[in-house]
Design a binder for this molecule. Structure first.
Ligand SMILES: Nc1ncnc2c1ncn2[C@@H]1O[C@H](COP(=O)(O)OP(=O)(O)OP(=O)(O)O)[C@@H](O)[C@H]1O
Length: 313
């Protein structure tokens, strides 16, 4: 594995570091849930913190936001300590945290006006509502919004202070596929407008689509830190072949193919995980046995396999 669990990961160019987390440690009731996490987020990047439930992701970003006090290590946002210099840091950071709930009866307009009043030089709330597709929902109450609209409003609220860095925690959890894709587009637009984004997710697809670099966190530790593409290449599974054979091949022979990582058979359909070499050898094996591979699909393994490999999830 060629992962880089150091704070820098592979070369990232010369962009300034906006979020610098070093050897962060945090325990609850004597149980260590963040155990020496380090990473740096550079200006203009979308940096992902990816990991299974309970990995310590939210605790980590709450320390970045200054909402929790670390037990050890350090956090800096644009060189500032989020606890000791909270007012200055909150002017730089927009925070959209998990389950950010508003009073059920507050309207979209009221929420935008209220949050705009927290900032000395807020963004134009009407323009933000327009940009986030909420212009025709200004009089709707929070409780009546769809999941996607609630998420868009919480992003709008986080953007009102014109942040340099936006923290997004589990942004698309609970959204249907359409709302999830719309939210991803929105994140890309926000990135293109020059906002640096620190994104917590447990969706591999989300990390692969949005993030320039990803820290994979499990049990409070960074297991790997790299670009999604390099994380995928670093794992033992890069290629997956699925097919329905005209006659079942010798399973032991398939399992013994070079680089074969897993072989599954369900309802007559075979799935073989491995590398390009595995698939080449598989096709030769089938040809030698005069077996036809019906409905053959060969796909890239994607970040899922890398994630499973790294977290043992
Ligand atoms: N205030 C708290 N008091 C006690 N334990 C907590 C507290 N907050 C979080 N924990 C525990 O710390 C661990 C890490 O939680 P955290 O929310 O940081 O993980 P996570 O990776 O964000 O998980 P999820 O994806 O489920 O939100 C979990 O076991 C959680 O139950």
């Amino acid at each position: 594995m060629t992962a880089h669990p150091d704070p820098e990961g592979p070369a990232t160019g010369a962009a300034p570091v906006l979020v610098d987390v070093r050897d962060l440690r945090k325990s609850y009731g004597g149980r260590r849930v963040v155990d020496g996490v380090s990473f740096r987020v550079h200006e203009d990047e979308v940096f992902g913190v990816l990991g299974p439930n309970g990995a310590g992701k939210t605790t980590t970003v709450e320390c970045v936001a200054g909402l929790r006090a670390p037990d050890g290590g350090s956090v800096r946002v644009a060189g500032l300590d989020p606890r000791a210099e909270h007012p200055a840091v909150s002017r730089l950071l927009g925070v959209q945290l998990q389950e950010s709930a508003l009073p059920p009866k507050i309207t979209v307009r009221e929420a935008l006006l209220l949050h705009a009043s927290f900032h000395p030089d807020p963004a134009d709330w009407r323009a933000l509502a327009e940009r986030l597709g909420l212009a025709d929902r200004l009089d709707a109450r929070w409780a009546k919004l769809s999941g996607g609209q609630k998420q868009r409003l919480s992003i709008a609220l986080a953007l009102l202070g014109r942040p340099r860095v936006l923290l997004l925690d589990e942004l698309t959890t609970g959204l249907d596929p359409r709302a999830r894709h719309e939210t991803w587009q929105l994140v890309e637009e926000i990135r293109d407008s020059g906002v640096t984004i620190l994104l917590v997710t447990h969706f591999m697809e989300e990390a692969q689509r949005l993030c320039d670099r990803v820290a994979v966190i499990d049990a409070g530790r960074v297991r790997a830190l790299d670009t999604p593409a390099r994380l995928v290449r670093s794992t033992s599974v890069t290629t997956v072949a699925a097919f329905t054979p005209s006659d079942p091949p010798d399973r032991a022979a398939v399992e013994a193919l070079p680089g074969a990582a897993a072989v599954r058979v369900r309802g007559g359909r075979w799935t073989v995980e491995g590398t390009d070499e595995t698939v080449q050898a598989l096709l030769s094996l089938l040809a030698r046995a005069a077996i036809t591979a019906h409905g053959l699909r060969v796909t890239d393994a994607g970040l899922d396999s890398a994630y499973l490999d790294l977290t043992g999830a």
